[in-house]
Design a protein around this ligand. Sequence first.
Ligand code: ATP
Length: 238
Amino acid sequence: MTTPLLLEVRGLSVAYGQVEAVSDVSIAVGAGEIVTVIGRNGAGKTTLLSAIMGILPSRGAVRFAGEAVAPFAIGERVGRGLCLVPEHRALFGSMTVADNLALGAFRHGADERRASQDEMFALFPRLAERRSQLAATLSGGERQMLALARALMGRPRLLMLDEPSLGLAPLIVRDVFRIVAELRERGVAILLVEQNARAALAVADRAYVLELGRVALEGPAAELARDPRVAASYLGIG
Ligand code: ATP
């Protein structure tokens, strides 16, 4: 990897009681990179992201932008540019699209918030059309777009996406991944956790395969997509 490291996770382990769900995991994301972690249900993907965000306690080291994050609570991690879009999207259903977006930039002043909102409406025209609609009444794809846009309102340096394609129709999945690729062009690094290995490997620069809480394989995404072990286990080929 030639880009400077933005996120560096070393020897991370997370246990639920006696059961270790993530064991000695080391991953890295460079500035401006899309890195994907693929793996089956229960492989430990969500647990890994939650530990990086500080939602779950863990052992091991997490450094972000050259600093150990251990002393920082979740809010401070967000303030430093680390942002998680959880699998269940965590939107406020009884609030409008515009108000959900505003919450994503609550740390910023009104002018910056307005500029970010205009930027998001340009990136997601569908949200602009629905700015006054309640989030609960959006379609699954629109909800994912809103979750992404709300996260971007905070101007993150690294966006962690937990299964953004979950429950979406193939055409919408394509839209979501097109936007992920566009975010990289805008300088946002992405850590993408996915069960949809095919789509994730197609958009990512590098990839890790998580099996039973451990990194089983890692490498350039294009190489892993051609790896017979990945093809057989995750792409349904062979
Ligand atoms: P999925 O794609 O199904 O969400 P995942 O790869 O994200 O899977 P995790 O949700 O991280 O996997 O779960 C990893 C393991 O930890 C699983 O065996 C799961 O049952 C277990 N686990 C997750 N959350 C808890 C919890 N709160 N308490 C106990 N065990 C848990």
